[in-house]
Design a protein around this ligand. Structure first.
Ligand code: SF4
Length: 461
């Protein structure tokens, strides 16, 4: 299916509301502490019967300096001596987690995120990968998807070379904006040269995919300034681009209090930046994957989208729908069998559990049948912009229109506005509805319907 996207200012204004990003359904807001270590262990035992491959996510929480726009789980510190005690706990957790999974299950996907994974020294990176290989069976023929988030201020050509040697073949780079005034306002000083060094090294070392993250809506940005950054990025031709909308929520995220609201671009300027960005990336040959993501047509994400196999999980869009995901490290979230389980969010609590020989999973959720059906629907819509009602009906043994009668009523207005078309067999999100895919998915979210008052999610655009 051709994934065109169109920008309709009037529609965007009318549908401007807050909503989940659906990296999971139900969202993490629904997790609770009745899902404990015993429930997690039971899920792991069930998942072994499936023999599915595995995906490992590692959270490295440390950052050398704090970017004022940041809403991630991180610990800002210049103290590199914090890394060894953290890694010691990660190794212990790896051992505990590995004991729950059949060794025959191959790790096809691995991701280091943060924080800043490149906060670790080269020796620490080598060691972390070695210990992982000791406990889990990683693909060793470079066929896996082994990716890392790189802060170009914390990496150079030797880092990239080393990462390739220990098995990584994909990377994403935080850039956000090359404009110096913007960088000063968000406390992220990063030269173009630093970014280009890493990108050139990635190309030379044979990384299969590079992705660049940009953010619009930061202080002092204008259409003109942002387009300058975008042009530089297009010149280096990354396979993927993520263009995130900055959500200014200083009451929730402390570093954002250091951003002066008066320096932020107006809502109109933000929309103008988004419109120009979409137009320019489309012109440069990128495909709109959905929700802030663009990719070259030959990139795996675009290929998977065309083949109907694209998936979405806590790391965003993915091609590994068939894996069970194990989260390692503080705050990490795993997805095993029909459950989500999250590790402790405070470092001292994470350490206390590990030191006591307990798995640090402290909350989560066991999905019921309705959750599974709705997750399937939301995933298909968000990844492929269309839904075959008969396929869902057959898979789940339901009468689609009856089961989702309430959702279909909620979509009526969106159908009238041309966001979606609905017929007897399909729901199809149209080009003008694709930027608003979150709104469309929200119609199928059973939990949102029960909420009153502010729901604590970011704006959909
Ligand atoms: S944006 Fe990234 S590098 Fe900056 S503080 Fe947040 S996690 Fe750290």
């Amino acid at each position: 299916m051709e994934q065109g996207v169109s920008f309709d200012l009037d529609l965007i204004r009318r549908y401007d509301q807050s909503g989940p990003r659906y990296t999971s359904y139900p969202t993490a807001v629904e997790f609770d502490e009745s899902f404990n270590q015993a429930a997690y262990q039971a899920a792991c035992a069930r998942s072994n019967a499936s023999g599915r491959p595995l995906s490992l996510y590692f959270h490295i929480p440390f950052c050398d300096t704090v970017c004022f726009y940041c809403a991630c789980n991180k610990i800002a510190t210049k103290d590199r001596s914090l890394a060894p005690p953290y890694l010691a706990r990660v190794y212990r957790e790896l051992e505990m987690q590995a004991a729950l999974f059949d060794k025959s299950r191959v790790v096809e996907q691995l991701h280091w995120g943060g924080g800043t994974p490149t906060f670790l020294s080269h020796d620490q990176m080598i060691e972390l990968m070695e210990v992982t290989r000791r406990h889990f069976t990683l693909t060793d023929d470079d066929s896996g998807e082994f990716s890392i988030e790189i802060d170009p201020r914390e990496a150079d050509a030797s880092t990239v070379k080393l990462l390739r040697q220990i098995g990584f073949n994909r990377m994403s780079l935080g850039v956000q904006d090359f404009d110096e005034r913007v960088q000063a306002a968000v406390n992220r000083f990063q030269t173009e040269a630093q970014t280009m060094t890493v990108l050139e090294a990635a190309l030379a070392e044979g990384f299969r995919s590079t992705s660049i993250d940009l953010i619009y809506g930061l202080p002092f940005q204008s259409v003109e300034s942002f387009m300058k950054t975008l042009e530089r990025v297009i010149e280096v031709n990354p396979q993927r681009l993520s263009v995130f909308n900055y959500a200014h929520l200083p009451e929730r995220f402390k570093p954002q209090r250091r951003i002066s609201e008066t320096d932020l671009p107006t809502a109109q300027v933000k929309l103008d930046i988004l419109q120009s960005t979409i137009a320019r990336l489309t012109e440069a040959g990128y495909v709109f994957i959905g929700m802030d993501h663009f990719a070259r047509p030959d990139d795996e994400l675009a290929v998977a989208q065309r083949a109907g196999t694209l998936y979405r999980n806590f790391q965003g869009y993915s091609t590994h729908a068939h894996c069970d995901l194990i989260g390692i490290g503080v705050t990490s979230i795993g997805m095993i069998d029909n459950t989500y389980g999250q590790n402790r969010r405070e470092l001292n609590e994470y350490y206390a559990d590990i030191d006591a020989g307990r798995l640090p999973v402290f909350r989560g959720l066991e999905l019921n049948r309705d959750d599974l059906i709705r997750r399937d629907v939301i995933t298909r819509l968000i990844c492929h912009f269309q839904l075959d009602k008969a396929a869902i009906a057959e898979k789940w043994d339901i009468a689609f229109d009856e089961y989702f009668a309430d959702s279909l009523v909620k979509l009526t207005g969106m159908e009238d506005d041309g966001l979606v078309t609905i017929d007897a067999d399909h729901i199809r999100i149209q080009a003008r509805g694709r930027l608003l895919v979150r709104n469309i998915c929200m119609a199928f979210d059973a939990y949102l319907a029960t909420k009153t008052g502010p729901i604590g999610f970011s704006k959909v655009i």
